[in-house]
Design a protein around this ligand. Structure first.
Ligand code: DAH
Length: 357
């Protein structure tokens, strides 16, 4: 066989091998390797070309044509196989990433507001809408603001009744966890006056309070909202009007209210406030112990001594104040029987009573 013929047949078998290898490739990576193997700088075709040098110069153009034909046949086959494989790869990817849109979604387990937080927000919002300004005070209080300034002097029995948690003796006085939100009355009035304010002043002060107590209706930490207003000629009629509006808005129905004489050191006169039982509409039931009335909060006209303790002239100005327990109101509104449920963090209770936003 002449050199030419043997080169030709070498080219033919190379082409046949290559085409078979291309069609057997089942991914783009392998195909790329084959491209290098056959057409690369050190590839099979280059190898064959080396033999061309040995040919007579007159024979070279002819075999050159053959080489070129083989080269383009291989390149064309590579390109079309590559295109096919690319289509297949895309189809496979789409198949692999297929989403079953009919499957139910995975829930994120959305949380909810704790019922007490929700109650606190609701109550504060009602007073904000009436024009009361929101104020806050520290949970670690001194004896002056928690007791003395509120007309509860050192030997007063009310101090003992508050079951106070003392935390630390500061240089001049004991520090404690506030037993009620009433000290915010003092702080808010002082701040207001210090900023050059003059009554009228209307404040709502929500927050945590602490007492050493734990049973069905008491917890060592609970929430109160303190509300007060100071102005000229404030009377108990204003107090009663604000209470009636607030309680009817909160319970989402017209509630009856009754003021019962009581004693608080920081108000004079003082009254406990009852609402007509929201469960039996006043007929008498287990919740209201047959009386038709439920006690909900303490109130009164701010004691002149309290006004004087912050430097407000009690001859010129008067004020009403009341303080309510948030847990108690939420229990009444939602029919929750045991206060401790709020703090035991049982998810069954929290997810049933929690409020989604
Ligand atoms: N501070 C009282 C308490 O925690 C509640 C209270 C009663 C607040 C009468 C008042 C009030 O402002 O006038 O028991």
């Amino acid at each position: 066989m002449s050199e030419i013929d043997s080169l030709k047949s070498e080219l033919e078998s190379l082409q046949a091998d290559a085409l078979q290898a291309f069609s057997a490739a089942d991914n783009l990576n392998d195909l790329q390797k084959l491209r290098v193997q056959y057409l690369g700088k050190k590839g099979a075709l280059t190898e064959v070309l080396k033999g061309v040098g040995k040919l007579a110069p007159t024979d070279r153009p002819m075999i050159g044509q053959h080489v070129n034909k083989t080269k383009s046949a291989l390149a064309a086959a590579l390109d079309s196989t590559e295109a096919d494989l690319a289509v297949k790869a895309k189809a496979a990817r789409i198949e692999a990433e297929r989403v079953d849109v009919t499957l139910p979604g995975r829930s994120k387990g959305k949380g909810a507001l704790h019922p007490v937080q929700h109650g606190l927000d609701e109550i504060t919002a009602i007073f904000s809408q009436m024009g009361f300004v929101v104020a806050e005070g520290p949970e670690i209080e001194d004896e002056f603001h928690n007791f003395d300034a509120l007309n509860i002097p050192a030997e007063h029995p009310a101090r003992a009744m508050h079951d106070t948690f003392f935390v630390k003796q500061m240089a001049d006085q004991p520090m404690l966890l506030r037993t009620h939100t009433s000290p915010v009355q003092i702080r808010a009035m002082k701040r207001f006056l210090a900023e050059g304010g003059e009554p009228p002043l209307a404040v709502v002060a929500p927050g945590r309070v602490y007492r050493c107590d734990y049973d069905v209706t008491h917890s060592p930490m609970f929430h109160q909202v303190e509300v007060f207003k100071v102005d000229r000629d404030v009377s108990m009629a204003h107090l009663k009007g604000v209470l009636k509006h607030f309680l009817s808005t909160y319970f989402e129905k017209e509630v009856e209210i009754r003021l019962r004489p009581h004693y608080f050191p920081f108000t004079e006169p003082s009254a406990e406030v009852d609402i007509g039982c929201v469960f039996c509409a006043g007929k008498g039931c287990r919740i209201c112990k047959g009386s038709g009335w439920i006690e909900v909060l303490g109130s009164g006209m701010i004691h002149p001594k309290v006004l004087e303790s912050v430097g407000i002239d009690s001859e010129e100005f008067s004020g009403f104040a009341f303080g309510l327990g948030v847990e108690r109101l939420v229990m009444l509104k939602q029919g929750i029987p045991d206060l401790r449920l709020f703090f035991e963090n049982d998810v069954r209770f929290l997810s049933r009573m929690g409020v989604s936003k």
